[in-house]
Write a protein that binds this ligand. Sequence first.
Ligand code: SAM
Length: 317
Amino acid sequence: MLISDQYNRAFKTLRVSLLSKCNLSCVYCTMGEDEVKENNIQQHPVSAEVLLKQVRQLHDVLQLETIRLTGGEPLLYHELIPLIKGIREMRIEKIKLTSNGFLLERLALPLKEAGLQSVNVSLDAVEEDIFFLMSKRNDVQRILNGIDAAISAGLQVKINAVVMKGINENQIIPLLAFAFERNIRIRFLEIMAMGYLHDNADRYLFTQEEILNTIRQQFNVKKIERATASTANYWKTADGKVFGIIANESEPFCHDCNRLRLDSSGNIYGCLSSNHPIALSQDDNEAALISKLQQAMAQKQAVKFTGSELSMLHIGG
Ligand code: SAM
């Protein structure tokens, strides 16, 4: 059954938030340590068995092409390996993960062996003091080692770096150099109006244009044509190195978004800008599920990302 809308958008990618617990306290997700402690006490992650049933239910209707596991921090999810193996058995073409990379060094190889193909590592700074400002944690080297371990394990690795005005814009060039040295893709993200930043993300917004201007001070760059449903715009340097910018604010990409989200409480969302959870039930028959998916499709924005008061920690980044 094809669930689509007037813009021909269909759900082909499912982003699954495994838990809303995280081992970092990044400034865009949380207001501080207290909020994180509270989250961490409340969390009782759903079992892999239940998650696999939900994914199968959705896959049977949607014929998904990609699953992205996220959170919270998905590497804190105890049943991650059996979960990935179970998804692989469903023959979903691509299994990907988004992680802060803190626990990646020892997990990269087992994840690859379980069937994971690629990992996006969130890394907003390579310098320790700026990394601390962004994440309230020390030891950025652990993440850098995690990235190298993932490359050695044969995972496809990308870096995602949120740029926040006044905090880490001086990390753009060092991050780019780190990625270029390893020949891996890096995408810089504009801050999004999510969670407690919903009404005041603007003050931290370092725009696509500002990011590009920073990079142009060091490199000649040329734009590459954007692929359908891609979250990022890409540019190439004169010596062929590619980087991207995810410009939710300056250049929203809602018009061809193919993503559906499943949070760690069994709710689906058709859009990051929606804070209206649609609860799945194991008792949903096909008609009920289709009706819920149509509601989720109706949540998609036509052109502009508007954000929501839900933190990405909960809805899944
Ligand atoms: N813990 C994992 C990680 O760090 O990749 C997965 C979840 S985390 C919420 C995923 C990513 O969402 C963050 O690293 C960041 O790139 C992005 N994110 C969260 N809130 C954001 C915001 N307000 N604006 C832009 N990006 C945000």
